[in-house]
Design a protein around this ligand. Structure first.
Ligand SMILES: Cc1ncc(COP(=O)(O)O)c(C=O)c1O
Length: 370
């Protein structure tokens, strides 16, 4: 009998488990006619703030908006430099550009997260913030980054879009910096049924300001003391996210078990997967390995019905849209070298042990024969 394909994502299977609850949510919201800014958004904000152990969460329309609105509220703007790694999704740097600030790219460690020593080298008198990205659900070295930020009097921002539920020494991703910005894009561990995102902060006043900014700057129906945009999470997404928050830890545990099995099965002579640091709780939004002959391996896996992904094949500083920033090949060498070696293997919660073993065996077989 032919083996079933191993998909990279499987959102349909999640729906089977939650169908009744989702239908009840749709019925409630359509029945009430309240689609925007009401009880479900407030409930999700409270639920997420509790989950992250922060004072406030502000729900918006995307992770990108969370970064743009959060950095705007912190007063980051034209002429300010923001230090960030260029191996993230385009949105991290895109948000810096959106607010008129200047991205300054810092290289990364073998685990793909920003290198605190590279950050130190990149600090100038114009540095306004450091934006760490917790790539793949693995957290950057937050204690050192916090120290550097404090020492140099600059802000610390966490792009935690891929790290809902991750923690370091018991403290949640998104709760270290002045703001933590999350995406609830459908493929994220806490994913909505469309675009969504939120900002976590302990600054209650700033959270209130962002709540105005996400709604045209209006403080009541007709008065806007400041300009804003429209980025209100809608009720449907908020209710679905509150529901999914209740099952998130189980989902993460299954991903962690899959990652542990990969670690046991993948041949360490051919496959590099950065080990977890003590005190890190990694949520495995992605399971990224670094290998030789990545593209050929990817094709071989595809030939065996295993879907994979690359996060991300082109570093941001080498994207056509970044040309005017003045960075080029060779400027961020570790990121550039990793871009040719990284491969995200399927790790989602609907995979069986057999699936993981099959993927690992297929990877090992290919790499031991090149
Ligand atoms: C690291 C990172 N930052 C920012 C974003 C942007 O989030 P969104 O797609 O919700 O705007 C993403 C989404 O993929 C991401 O992975």
């Amino acid at each position: 009998m032919k083996r079933a394909p191993v998909p990279y994502v499987d959102l349909q299977s999640s729906y089977k488990d939650e169908r009744d609850d989702i239908i009840a949510i749709v019925d409630d919201i359509f029945g009430s006619g309240q689609f925007l800014g009401n009880k479900h958004v407030a409930k999700f904000e409270a639920d997420a703030a509790t989950a992250l152990d922060v004072a406030q969460v502000v729900a918006v329309d995307s992770g990108t908006d969370a970064l743009v609105l959060g950095m705007g509220a912190l007063g980051i703007g034209p002429g300010d430099e923001v230090i960030t790694p260029p191996n993230s999704f385009l949105a991290s740097t895109g948000a810096i550009i959106q607010i008129g600030a200047i991205p300054v790219f810092a290289d990364v460690l073998p685990d793909q997260n920003i290198d605190p020593d590279a950050v130190l080298k990149a600090v100038t008198t114009r540095t306004k913030a450091i934006m760490a990205v917790h790539l793949s659900g693995r957290m950057a070295e937050m204690d050192r980054l916090s120290e550097i930020a404090e020492e140099h009097g600059v802000l610390l921002i966490e792009d935690a879009a891929q790290a809902m539920g991750s923690s370091q020494n018991g403290r949640k991703a998104g709760s270290f910096g002045q703001i933590g910005c999350f995406s609830t894009h459908p493929v994220k561990n806490l994913g909505a049924a469309g675009d969504g995102g939120f900002i976590a902060t302990n600054d209650v006043e700033m959270a209130e300001q962002i709540r105005f900014t996400r709604r045209h700057g209006l403080i009541d129906r007709d008065t806007a003391p400041t300009w804003g945009i429209v980025s209100r999470m809608d009720e449907l997404q908020a209710a679905i996210l509150s529901l999914r928050l209740t099952t998130l830890s189980g989902k993460i545990e299954r991903r962690r078990a899959n990652a542990a099995l990969y670690r046991d099965c993948l041949d360490p002579d051919h496959v590099f997967h950065a080990p977890c640091r003590d005190g890190d709780y990694n949520t495995f939004h992605t399971f990224v390995v670094q290998v030789a002959e990545r593209d050929k391996l990817r094709q071989y896996l595809s030939d065996h019905d295993v879907s994979t992904a690359i996060h991300y094949p082109v570093p941001i500083h080498l994207q056509p849209c970044a040309r005017d920033l003045g960075w080029g090949l060779g400027d961020v060498p570790v990121v550039e070298a990793q871009a040719g070696r990284i491969l995200s293997l399927p790790v989602h919660e609907h995979l069986s042990e057999n699936d993981i073993k099959f993927v690992a065996d297929t990877v090992n077989h290919f790499l031991s024969n090149i």
